[in-house]
Design a protein around this ligand. Structure first.
Ligand code: PEP
Ligand code: MG
Length: 576
């Protein structure tokens, strides 16, 4: 029996035989062609593009009806690759010049594109490499007349093991034949992981080298909740996980039944459960999962898929849409959080030795009031269309909060001068994601209307663990006593000052931690939409008193591991 640890990408447990998918290596012949064959090669290329387009549209239709429009939209990027004039023209002109078969020419052009895109330091464009790769392989298969193994057609229920899976491979999986999947690479927020979550297929990604450790047919346990893969389990482990699997399934149905109910504990304490979004298109997912608001709208993604800055009008339209769509629920718009691991290719930002400690988020905004104020004006203008709030990321001390508010007042003044309506009393919050802010929460609370704790960053800063570095991922512990003490200080300080405190880091959507956070007094929990039903169910299954006891107990423990074990055991008792 071997136990492997990876990144928990989609929760759930599954047991089954391994079904290995090799790296898809297409053999592409290099053939010289005659001048009179050029037209035929161009025709072959066009036919392959048309066939690929049809395949993607069919897939998109299926996904749209089975999973919803939002997931289907991932394939819009694939369709755009098919329409890329530069790519098509380069293939045709090289075909004429080099006089080689179109499959070979296309594969060369594709390689060049992928190399260029993967070097770009813009996370969004980097991610597009996967789209180009995925759609490029489809075109090549169609040029060579080869079919991809149909993952949808598997006869028995298997665990798919692959170096990597493209979003379209994942989307083609059927829950009835694919019990789970495991990959060598990938992160929690890759498109593939997002798809797995939507399909509700347990998945563990980033299990380095897993493909070399597993043989086809090996019995595997995939624990997508804990990010664990067990190869060749012994009898006892197998039995344990089989029971867990059955339990998980039953429990998942229970969760869904709670999604439209309010999040109130058995002894009457109500909290807010809301969703995190990156783009306005994600609003329906929040509503479908029963979200009572948006606790984090990460607006920097708005800047990422483009070559220029969005105009004030574009910002305004997006925020107005989200405000209206979520009405009467609140929407917290976070002002741009560029820098760190989020860069724009068209904006000159210096290369820094430690970008997460550098010129990012509010620091960038205060240095570029032109960019900042434009966004603030748009948020203010949209504030009359719903219940909008705004918050600043990466506040490290009270001066930053005061300086940001000065710019906000200027933005208000400009709108007043133009006679444009806005909510003058819009609530302004501070994200608490830097230890210095957590330690001085009492001071910040005097200047903020609310707090939202950003644990994704708070953990990396307080434990000195780079959140994107796989090598130190084992040290990234949300339950570390230092993190819990900081969180407690923030909540207590906020309550003393009579302001509300939420959390929009991933920790809020993890059941074991949510139980502790409830006990610590957190007022609002914001999370990936798919997690909302489960957290709502949990809140409705406990008393505040029970949660307080758990919080009290874990604050006395010495390590993150002990906290995890304790909260998980309590969680199991509660969800029994
Ligand atoms: C956080 O840091 O917890 C957070 C929610 O912000 P982001 O993940 O966008 O840095
Ligand atoms: Mg953050």
């Amino acid at each position: 029996m071997i136990k492997l640890k990876g990144i928990a990408a989609a929760s759930g447990i599954s047991v089954g035989p391994a079904y290995k998918i090799g790296k898809e290596e297409l053999v592409i012949p290099k053939l010289e062609i005659r001048t009179d064959e050029i037209a035929l090669q161009i025709q072959l290329f066009e036919e392959a593009l048309i066939k690929t387009r049809k395949e993607i549209i069919d897939l998109q239709k299926r996904i749209s009806s089975e999973m919803g429009q939002e997931e289907a939209q991932i394939f819009d990027a694939h369709l755009l690759v098919l329409e890329d004039r530069m790519l098509i023209e380069e293939v045709i002109s090289r075909l004429k010049k080099d006089r080689l078969n179109v499959a070979y020419i296309f594969s060369e052009v594709l390689k060049k594109y992928i190399a260029v895109f993967s070097k770009i330091e813009d996370e969004y464009l980097k991610e597009r490499t996967a789209d180009i790769n995925d759609v490029g392989k489809r075109i090549l298969r169609n040029l060579l007349g080869k079919e991809r193994i149909a993952l949808g057609d598997l006869k028995e229920k298997v665990i798919v093991v692959a170096h990597d899976l493209s979003p379209s491979d994942t989307a083609a999986m059927h829950k009835k034949s694919v019990g789970g999947f495991v990959t060598d690479i990938g992160g929690k927020t890759s498109h593939t992981a997002i798809m797995a979550k939507s399909l509700e297929i347990p998945a563990v990604v980033g299990v380095e080298d897993v493909t070399s450790k597993i043989k086809p047919g090996d019995i595997l346990i995939v624990d997508g909740t804990m990010g664990i893969v067990i190869v060749d389990p012994d009898e006892e482990t197998l039995r344990h996980y089989q029971q867990e699997e059955v339990k998980f399934r039953g429990v998942a149905e229970k969760f869904l039944a709670a999604k439209d109910l309010i999040a109130v504990t058995l002894d009457g304490k109500t909290v807010e459960i809301s969703g995190n979004i990156e783009l306005p298109e994600e609003v329906p997912a929040v509503k479908q999962h029963g979200g009572q608001g948006i606790g984090l709208y990460r607006t920097e993604f708005f800047y990422m898929n483009r070559k220029d800055f969005p105009t004030e009008e574009e910002h305004f339209q997006a925020y107005k849409y989200v405000a209206e769509a979520m009405k009467p629920y609140p929407v917290i718009i976070r002002t741009i959080d560029l820098g760190g691991d989020k860069f724009l290719s068209h904006l000159e930002m210096p290369h820094e030795m430690q970008p997460f400690l550098g010129w990012r988020a509010i620091r960038f905004c205060l240095a570029r009031p032109d960019i900042f104020k434009l966004q603030l004006r748009a948020i203010l203008r949209a504030s009359v269309y719903g219940k909008l709030k705004l918050m600043y990321p990466m506040i490290s001390g009270v001066e930053e909060l005061q300086q940001a508010n000065v710019i906000l007042e200027e933005a208000k003044g400009e709108l007043k001068a133009k006679g444009l309506p806005f909510n003058n009393d819009i609530e302004v919050g501070a994200m608490i994601e830097v230890p210095s802010a957590a330690m001085t929460a009492d001071i910040l609370a005097k200047e903020a209307d609310f707090f939202s704790i950003g644990t994704n960053d708070l953990i990396q800063y307080s434990l000195a663990v780079d959140r994107v570095n796989e090598k130190v991922a084992y040290l990234y512990e949300p339950a570390h006593p230092a993190v819990l003490r900081l969180i407690k200080n923030v909540i207590d300080s906020a309550h003393k000052a009579k302001i509300k405190v939420g959390m929009c880091g991933e920790m809020a959507g993890e059941p074991g931690f949510a139980l502790i956070l409830l006990g610590l007094g957190l007022d609002e929990f914001s999370m990936p939409p798919q997690m909302i039903p489960e957290i709502k169910y949990l809140i409705r299954a406990v008393t505040l008193k029970q949660a307080e006891m758990v919080a009290y107990k874990v604050l006395e423990l010495s390590t993150g591991k002990e906290v995890d074990e304790y909260s998980q055991s309590k969680l199991r008792e509660i969800l029994k």
